[in-house]
Design a protein around this ligand. Structure first.
Ligand code: SF4
Length: 342
C-alpha cells in the first residue's frame, strides 16, 4: 500500500476531485472551485450553528438569521432579546450571547470585516480554535488545519491510529495537519468534512465509494469501523464532586485560580470540591445554595460527575462577567456554569 507521507499530493488530488463532484449543497457554501470566496459572516455563522446541531436542523436557522440580519453589522445592531429568541431551539443560549459579542467586536473593532488569520479570529470573543481555523480556511483561503469529529474519524481510519480517543486527539490533529496544503484550503477542509459525514460514516463506512481506499490503512485492515478506538467506559474510574456557581449582585460569576500542579493546573475555574469517590467538602461561601442538577465530563483517565449548586453571594473570588467566563473556561467548567445559570 502506498505511504500517505510519500503520496500526499496524489491523496489530496483524489479527495479534491471527489469533492468537485460530490460536495454537499449547503445554504452557506460556495460550490467547489469557486473563485469568489464565501462571505466570512455566513461561514462564521454556519460554523457556530453547526457546533450545536446537525446540518438539516441548522439550515432553517441559518436562512432565517441571514434573511433578518444579512451582514455582521446588522447582527451587531440587533436587540439582544431578538437574537436570543431567534436562537431558541438551537440550545446553549450562551453561544447566542457569544455570537452577539463577536458580531459587535467585528462591527466596532474591525470596521465590520472579520480578521483574516486564525490568530486574529481567535482574538474575537467566544471564537474558539475550531471556528477560527474553519473561517480562515473557508472564507479566507488560509492553509488552516480544520479538525472536527468527522475529520478525526477519517484520520483515525486512514492511519489506523491505535491510540484511543480522547488521548488520540492531538495525534489525529497532527496527522490532519500533515495533509493540509496551500492549494484550495477551503475546499480541502470541506471535502474532509463531507467525506466524514457522507462516506466515512461512524458505524458503516462506505469504503466502496471512497476516494481514499488506496491509502487507507483502516480499510486495508478489513475493519475500518474499529477506528477511532475509544477508551471503554468500564475502564475509566468514575469520580464525583461539586461545582459552585456563585454570582454577585452584578451577575458576575466567582472564579478561582486552580493550583499550578494537577488537572487543569493554573487555569481559571469554578470553585469545586475535591474530585474523589466521595466528595464531601462544603461550599466556598455562605449562601442560599440551590441544587442545579449535574453534568458529566469525561477526562482521559476518569469520568466525572459534577453536582452543580448555584447561589447569589459575595466573597474573595475572581469576579468575572458571565460572557467572559463562558468564552474562556475549560469545557468542564463551562458546562457546569451553563447548568448553574439555568
Ligand atoms: Fe473511511 Fe473507508 Fe475511506 Fe478509509 S476507505 S477513509 S475507512 S471510507
Amino acid at each position: 500500500m502506498p505511504s500517505v507521507a510519500k503520496d500526499v499530493y496524489a491523496l489530496r488530488a483524489a479527495l479534491l476531485d471527489w469533492y468537485d463532484t460530490h460536495a454537499r449543497t449547503l445554504a452557506w457554501r460556495s460550490p467547489p472551485g469557486t473563485k469568489a470566496r464565501p462571505d466570512p459572516y455566513r461561514v462564521w455563522l454556519s460554523e457556530v450553528m453547526l457546533q450545536q446541531t446537525t446540518t438539516p436542523h441548522a439550515t432553517p436557522y441559518f436562512l432565517a438569521f441571514t434573511q433578518r440580519w444579512p451582514t455582521v453589522r446588522d447582527l451587531a445592531a440587533a436587540e439582544d432579546g431578538d437574537v436570543m429568541a431567534a436562537w431558541a431551539g438551537l440550545g446553549y443560549y450562551a453561544r447566542a450571547r457569544n455570537l452577539l459579542a463577536c458580531a459587535r467586536a467585528v462591527a466596532s473593532g474591525h470596521d465590520g470585516a472579520f480578521p483574516e488569520t486564525e490568530e486574529g479570529l481567535r482574538a474575537l470573543p467566544g471564537l474558539g480554535a475550531y471556528t477560527a481555523a474553519a473561517v480562515a480556511a473557508i472564507a479566507f483561503g488560509r492553509a488552516a488545519n480544520v479538525v472536527d469529529g468527522n475529520v478525526e474519524r477519517v484520520m483515525a481510519r486512514l492511519f489506523a491510529v491505535e491510540t484511543p480517543l480522547p488521548t488520540a486527539r492531538p495525534e489525529l490533529k497532527s496527522l490532519a495537519g500533515s495533509l493540509v496544503g496551500e492549494e484550495r484550503p477551503g475546499d480541502w477542509a470541506q471535502a474532509l468534512m463531507d467525506l466524514g459525514a457522507t462516506v466515512c460514516r461512524p458505524k458503516t463506512p462506505l469504503c466502496g465509494d471512497c476516494p481514499l481506499t488506496h491509502w487507507c490503512t483502516g480499510f486495508q485492515s478489513g475493519q475500518p469501523e474499529r477506528y477511532p478506538l475509544k477508551i471503554k467506559k468500564a475502564d475509566r474510574p468514575r469520580r464525583t464532586g461539586f461545582a459552585w456557581v456563585l454570582q454577585d449582585r452584578e451577575g458576575r460569576v466567582a472564579l478561582v485560580r486552580r493550583p499550578d500542579k494537577g488537572l487543569l493546573g493554573g487555569m481559571l475555574g469554578l470553585p469545586t470540591s475535591d474530585w474523589s469517590a466521595e466528595a464531601s467538602d462544603g461550599p466556598p461561601a455562605e449562601a442560599d445554595w440551590r441544587e442545579a442538577g449535574a453534568i458529566e465530563h469525561v477526562f482521559t483517565h476518569f469520568a466525572l460527575t459534577l453536582n452543580v449548586r448555584a447561589a447569589r453571594g459575595d466573597g474573595d473570588f475572581i469576579w468575572t462577567p458571565v460572557d467572559e467566563a463562558l468564552a474562556s473556561l475549560p469545557t468542564v467548567f463551562r458546562k457546569a456554569l451553563e447548568r448553574g445559570l439555568g
